[in-house]
Design a protein around this ligand. Structure first.
Ligand SMILES: NC(=O)c1ccc[n+]([C@@H]2O[C@H](COP(=O)([O-])OP(=O)(O)OC[C@H]3O[C@@H](n4cnc5c(N)ncnc54)[C@H](O)[C@@H]3O)[C@@H](O)[C@H]2O)c1
Length: 339
């Protein structure tokens, strides 16, 4: 049984608390750390029988019974906590993004290399574990679409975050599109070589005032020659829109949104179906559980994690290239971005 400590009990910390407690049979949550834990999170933790609840995550790192930590704190301390956890000999699951700066991600990579114990490190790109996106990847792997020529990812949130969130999140490319940048790598099985980003403020002028865009497209060239196109919006009025398509020499695969039900109402006025599931907490719960299950299995079975520190670093490098492309209004090669 793998003993787990969770660091950070906000939105995603609570998701992982629920996932591990209810659906990861070979793991048990021993401790939870959050210096500003909410009454709701504390109640949930007690409900799941978590024995140790503390404010300082170092208590988790110093506990010899803990095998692995899930880093669910704000992004700006992910890399710091990761390095400390690795030095304490813990396996680490770190929420995305690992950091906004390549240098800090390099510290994590160096700590992993220097560790005398072979440790697992996984980054929270949960969409790789979603049933719809995994089905596309499987079709590509089985050669059903032939040589991949074109990938399209549409990723649109139902509502924008408040503008105050923008600065700490790193903005649309580093916080939101990062999932889609990883997705085109995952679906194509190839790396992003060059990007051209365009962006606009069409939804909330306060997001623009905070120095970010709320609407963006990125056109990418992959190293295997395929082309990719991502579109992001911070506000789709009909709900969380999460779709992708892979087109190749033998055909094309695409997925659709998950709906609360498949009911279709047909009347004299027209035909209507349900809107997509509201947001990530509704849409991706199963994938959050699946990714943590895979992490725990990789520890137990001593296998490589599917999404490691390399992926965490590479996606940030691509996101920074997108930011540069938007700022300079030109295509940017990913290898232009250095630590
Ligand atoms: N994979 C996904 O789909 C997904 C979804 C949401 C958030 N995230 C990522 O998860 C991270 C957290 O996001 P969130 O939405 O849960 O934020 P949040 O603000 O809801 O929660 C963060 C929590 O961390 C706590 N915290 C602050 N400093 C801490 C410390 N030193 N030690 C322990 N806990 C500390 C805060 O008190 C808070 O409870 C972010 O990096 C975000 O990008 C990923």
């Amino acid at each position: 049984m793998i003993q787990v400590g969770i660091i950070g009990a906000g939105r995603i910390g609570q998701v992982h608390m629920k996932s591990v407690a209810s659906g990861v049979p070979n793991a048990v949550i021993r401790s939870l750390a959050d210096p500003m834990i909410s009454a709701q999170a504390e109640q949930m933790a007690k409900g799941f029988g978590i024995e140790h609840i503390c404010g300082d995550y170092h208590e988790i790192l110093e506990d010899p019974c803990i095998d692995a930590v899930l880093v669910c704190s704000p992004t700006d301390i992910h890399a710091k906590i990761s390095v400390e956890a690795i030095r304490a000999g813990k396996h680490v699951f770190c929420e995305k993004p690992v950091d906004h700066e390549l240098t800090k991600i390099d510290f994590v990579e160096e700590a992993l290399k220097a560790s005398p114990k072979k440790l697992k490190y996984q980054v929270g790109f949960n969409r790789r574990y979603d049933h719809n996106f995994r089905a596309l990847r499987q079709a590509v792997l089985e050669g059903k679409v032939g040589d991949v020529q074109f990938i399209r990812v549409s990723s649109r949130d139902p509502q924008p975050p408040h503008a105050g969130f923008i600065a700490s999140s790193g903005g649309l490319f580093l916080d939101m599109m990062i999932h889609d940048l990883d997705m085109i790598r995952y679906l194509s099985g190839s790396e992003v070589e060059e990007v051209f980003a365009q962006g606009a403020v069409l939804i909330d002028p306060e997001i623009g005032a905070a120095g970010d865009v709320d609407t963006a497209t990125v056109s990418a060239r992959m190293t295997n020659g395929a082309l990719a196109l991502i579109d992001n919006s911070r506000k789709a009025v009909y709900g969380y829109d999460q779709r992708a398509e892979v087109f190749g020499s033998k055909g094309c695969v695409q997925n659709a949104n998950d709906l609360p039900s498949t009911m279709v109402l047909s009347t004299v006025d027209g035909v209507t179906a349900e809107k997509p599931l509201w947001f990530f907490l509704e849409r991706y719960m199963a994938s959050y559980q699946a990714e943590v299950r895979a992490f725990i299995d990789s520890i137990e079975q001593d296998t490589e994690t599917e999404v490691g520190i390399f992926d965490g670093r590479r996606t940030i490098q691509i996101a920074l290239a997108c930011k540069k492309s938007l700022a300079e209004n030109r295509p940017v090669r990913v290898d232009e971005i250095k630590a």
